[in-house]
Each structure stands twice: as C-alpha cells, then as structure tokens.
Design a protein around this ligand. Sequence first.
Ligand code: WTA
Length: 630
Amino acid sequence: MTEDFDVRLVEDVKSYTPDPQYRKNAWMGDYQKVYNEFLANPDAFWEKMAKELDWIKPWDKVKEWNYPYAKWFTGARLNVSANCLDRHVHNSRRNKVALIWKGEGGSEQIFTYQKLLSQVARFANALKKIGVKKGDTVCIYMPLVPEQVIAMLACARIGAVHSVVFGGFGAAALNMRIKDADAKVVITADITIRRGKAIQLKAIVDEAIINAPTVENVVVLRRREPKVDLHEKEMDFYEMMEGMPDVCPPEEMDAEDRFFILYTSGSTGKPKGIVHTCGGYMVGTYYTSKYIFDIKDNDTFWCTADPGWITGHSYIVYGPLAVGATVFITELTPDYPDAGSFWNLVEEQKITIFYTAPTAIRMFMKMGESWPNKYDLSSLRIIGSVGEPLNPEAFEWYYRVIGKSRTPIVDTWWQTETGMHMITTMIGETMHPGFAGKPIPGVEADVVDKDGKPVKPGTGGLLVIKSPWPAMLRTVYKDDERYRKYWETIPGVYAVGDLAVKSDDGYIMILGRSDDIIIVSGHNIGTAEVESALVSHNAVAEAAVIGKPDVVKGNSIKAFVILRVGNAPSDRLKQDLLHHVRTTLGPIAMPHEIDFVDKLPKTRSGKIMRRVLKAQEMGMDPGDISTLEE
Ligand code: WTA
C-alpha cells in the first residue's frame, strides 16, 4: 500500500497568495471562520445552505445518521429540475442564458432558462407518453450535445432515474450497465462528432440491447441527413416532442428518493452503480458550485468534462444550473481544428470560470504556450482542476500561462461517490502547488493509518472522510455490501481509496489510488475490468494489467497476457486483442502496451501481484514479496 509510493513533499515549490480582492468579494469570505462555524454546528450549516433552494415541503430533520447509513433533509419534498429551471424562470433570470453549445463548423445553440425549461418539459411529456414513470431507469448514451442535458433534466422532472453512460464506452460495457440498472428506455444519437469525423453511436446501442429484455424503447437523436431508418421500438428525439405541451408539472420527490445511478470502476470486474438521492445531492452541488467556483450572475462557466461523468453531472448540469449560471459546453476537442481551439473559445465566449483536468493541462503544456498566447484570456477569473493529482509542474504552467499569474486555481478533490467537491483551496487562500488543499466547510477529512489513527504530518496514509455529508452516495445499486465496505474498511469513517499526505498546516496532497483502479487521462479504469475483457478473447488464458506513470495521461495501461496453448504471440494478435478491448469496453480502456508472457507473479493463494509487475516494469524494489509463490 503506502510503501509502494514515493512520498516526496514539494518543499522547494513556491506558494501563491491571490489578490485580497478575491477573498473580499467571494461568497465564502473567510474560510477558517466559516469552517469553524460548520464544526460548531454541522446541521445548522447545511440547513442554511438548503434554505437557499426551493422545497415543496420542508424537512423534519436535517440529518439522520445511522452508521453507515445517512438520510438528509428527511420528510422534505422537492424537484431538482424545478430548482435548476423554474426557480430562475420565476425570478429575474427568465431570459438569462442558461446554456451555450458550440459544435463543429461554427454551429452554435443558445438556450435561455425559459427555453431550456420549455424543451425539458416537452421532452419530459414525451417520455411520459411512452410510459416512463417515476422510479423507472432511463439510460442516456449520447454525445456532448444540449439534448443530453435536456434528457437528464427531463428525467429529473418526472422522477425517472437516469443512468448516463459516457459515449466512449463499448457495447459490452453499455450492455452490462443497461442490464444492471434494468433500463426501460435508452436515449442515444446516431453519431457523435470527433475531430471532423462522425462516429457511430447507435450501432453500439443496437448491439448492447441484444439480450437486454428490460429495454422497451430506444430514443434516437438523428443528427445526420439523410436520417437513419428507425426500427421497431425506436423513435426520433424531436418527433416525439412534436405537439407536446411545453408545461410539465415537476414530480414531487422525497428528499431521499433515488435521483440517479452512475457507474464507476471498482476493484472487481463489475463496475459499481453509485446511487445518489434528490435532496442531499442538490444541496451539495448547489453549495459547492456557488462557493467553490464563486459563481456570480455575470459569469460564464465552462467545465470541459462530459455529462457522462460525475464531473459533468455535478458541474455542468445540476450545480451550475441550480445556481442560475450561464454554462458553456462544446463538442469540440482541445486539439481540433488546431491546438488553440479551447483558447479561441475562451476568448470568443469570454469565459470567466474554466474547469478542466490535469491530463488536459499536461497536453496543453506539450503543445506549447504559443497556442494560448495567441488569444486574449483576460476574461478568466478562476481556473479549476479535477480528476487526478495536479502535479506542481502542471500547476505552475496553468497558473502562469492560462491564469496569467493572477487567477486562483481551485484544485478540487472529490469522487463519483462523494457527488460534490470535498477538498480544495478556497479562492483567496494561499495555494501550495502539489496540494489540493483543505476540507471545505461541510466536510471533515483526515489522513490515517489502516487502524484509523491519524498519521504524523508529512507521512503517507489513507485519506478518509470522518462524517456524513449531504451529497454522499446512499448505496451501490443492488449491492449494498459494496456500499458498507466504504465505511467498514476503517471502522467509523468513509475510506476513500486514495493515498495522501497532510502538511503541518493541514493542506492535503493526494498521491493516487491505493487500490486496483488506474486513472488514465482522468478516467477511472479498473484493472479487473480490462483483465476480464482480455480474458474474454479466445486466445487469452490469463491477463494482468498495471498502470504505468505517463507524463500526459497520468497513467498508461500495460497488460501482461498469457496465451492459451495453440496460440503464438504476434503483432497481429496484439492488434486483435486491442480491437477486442476497444469494442467491448471502449477506446478509453484500451491498453497502451501488451506483453506476452509465460508466467505471472502470484501469491500462494493465486492472486496476481500487480505490485511486483509494476516494480519490475519500473526497475524498482518490489517491496515485501514474502507471499510470492516460489
Ligand atoms: C482522483 C472524479 C487528486 C482520486 C471527480 C479520486 C483526484 C478519483 C482529484 C475519483 C484531485 C479526483 N487530485 N486526485 N483534485 N480529483 N481525483 O469518481 O483518486 O471519476 O478517488 O471522480 O479521482 O474519480 P471519479
């Protein structure tokens, strides 16, 4: 565990303190003061946040904590879409721009809050018409287009539970998620557009719904002319909306009703369906959008994630819209049509808050600063990072070249499971590159040993959360035992699965995962998932997968494969295996290297010791190998 990691504290790295105006003008004000207020009365802190939102019926209790199960805002009734849309339409933001989308070739779509509400209501009515009811699961597998956001909000409107699957997953991965969630409807598009090319999406859905008997209908957004033919059970996204009223009363939901399921990789081959509920999730994402990003009415907020990940759920859709922000999204990629594409958009849209991932920042570094330097980035006032550790070199570059040594960086640590930001350096506070920061007001975190005892500052340990928070996961869909594991691995606290170090003054540096999850370009990939995809190929007997440090991607995937008798290693077979993983799990999970081997290091009980493979690969000491067979 911890001994696998080289704990290097960045003592020679400079710290930065933003202009005092930032703190003075921020919603948060003085971090320490607010944090102390929270500690003095956690429920009062969250109650104050919740009161900023619209509830159909108020709560009886802010929190019921029955370890390891938490309920928040018990007895309260609400609808999340009403908070993201109607709340603004009924006040002065009716004509404010909610969503701006840019596609290729200069195409653009703009939605005011009123227009977004009307579209959501019409699509919600269309879903109702095909029989979708409160509590039904709807799988959304779409490109980064406004219709994806509309589909999510329409589910929220009628109380259907969405399970959004990122468009980069392959047919087997999609099939597993559709089946596990018992999806009744799948919403997709004919194509996604990537760097000038059309990539088929619907063909993947066609394959994924074979032997998924719960699927009654497939809704297709047809982007291409001539339009693709629709078969039995399939309907067109916009034709369904024709004639539908643009008013749809929001379904009254209990605060603890299931809101959505989102699958994330775990340390077994089967991904975990993380379950979030309505009330707590809404309060958590609203609070963090407002206070961590400090969103004000005249900001234009751009989070470069896809709604298919938790970052997109919380900080493209629900959080910023609950705040009433103007949200920018794009289907364009950072390197197309050229390496200035994102900076061109920042200049054109006058983006004020920009939120991206370290892997993107390192890619920008590689492409060179002449690209951002061509554009006017002076509209930016806050820049953020999420998904993996922001190493000091990338921090320095981001701060100097994009932030012009002026804008604060919020390096936000959190997870699919936490639903909302948990650790960061609040704007206005001193930033220590390499350290994400401190727990935000509302969150108690620490770095401990495996018995739960806090470790000394400067010593590596396990990151834990010490008390429940509103946006926490409530369970793992159909597998509550996996939920309990989060709270029972280290008794009394939520074990995050990350290694971390705390400094003397309480700043937390995240070192990486402590389990068998590899973060590749900011995406969580379970080693077991890739291994089982490889083993499902008929030439493969056994496979082991490790993550290797990579300067841009953070980690790259290396696979070691033992072939079945009768198969000989060849380049052709390697290509075949890559293709197999691509079509089953998806391009994001493809190994970057494959080695054919005769043996894998194993414990006497037969468990593959990936740690030994990794040490070998990197020329490092494998550490304790007393359990190694022979
Ligand atoms: C990692 C993404 C360092 C971490 C929101 C966590 C980070 C996993 C950071 C969750 C950060 C996320 N610094 N590491 N700022 N943010 N991580 O579920 O290992 O896709 O456990 O959620 O990403 O990934 P997930």
